[in-house]
Ligand binder design. Structure first.
Ligand code: ADP
Length: 188
């Protein structure tokens, strides 16, 4: 296995450097905010690439259900993207680590995977949630992200591919180190 991949049961967890809007997977995850009304970073990129139908759906969800709480996620269609679905997950803002950030971040990943599995999705791509504008240290966030996905894949057999699409080499390198540790934990 190359050092950017891990086999978990029938599933593959992999890391790539790239742009999440261009991934050929069934669902991509957005690092959204509680308003669901779009924003900067990966959120802006997804709405730009996917076209207006995604925001229209987000507006309908807002009208029906209000803001999306931190740690939760909602699902919309993928508009013009290759992906059929966009899962809008709300990660925590980093406040120094004492404000339940780790639990909330794990929840954002777990709830996204649950929505994907519920929609019958087999392949999912994640960005590095919360480590941009929300300031979560990448070394801490990557360990939580990968451990949460690993734990989910070990108990859910329907998803066969989870790909982390990291936007820059530094973030990729930190995730690769974290993946090594998660791989070691997997060994009996
Ligand atoms: P948050 O507010 O949750 O921190 P950001 O969008 O600010 O979300 O950043 C999350 C991560 O997504 C950062 O590592 C950022 O570099 C990355 N990112 C930005 N644009 C893209 C993109 N098109 N594809 C993948 N990752 C992206």
């Amino acid at each position: 296995m190359p050092d950017n991949q891990l086999e978990i049961g029938k599933a593959i967890l992999s890391l790539v450097v790239g742009d999440i809007t261009r991934q050929d997977v069934e669902a991509i995850v957005n690092a959204a905010n509680t308003s669901l009304m779009g924003g900067g970073g990966v959120d802006g990129a997804i709405h730009r690439a996917g076209g207006p139908s995604i925001l229209e759906e987000c507006k309908r969800i807002r009208e029906e259900s209000g803001r999306c709480p931190t740690g939760q996620a909602v699902i919309t269609g993928g508009g013009n993207l290759k992906a059929r679905f966009v899962i809008h997950a709300v990660g925590p803002v980093w406040h120094g680590g004492g404000a339940n950030e780790a639990t909330v971040l794990a929840g954002a990943y777990r709830n996204s995977l649950q929505l994907a599995a519920g929609a019958g999705v087999l392949s999912v791509a994640f960005p590095s949630i919360s480590t941009g504008a929300y300031g979560y240290p990448v070394a801490l966030a990557s360990a939580i992200a990968l451990t949460t996905v690993k734990d989910f894949l070990r108990q859910d057999s329907s998803i066969t591919e989870v790909r982390f699409v990291l936007f820059d080499e530094h973030t990729y390198d930190v995730y690769r180190d974290a993946l090594k540790k998660v791989g070691t934990q997997l060994k009996p």
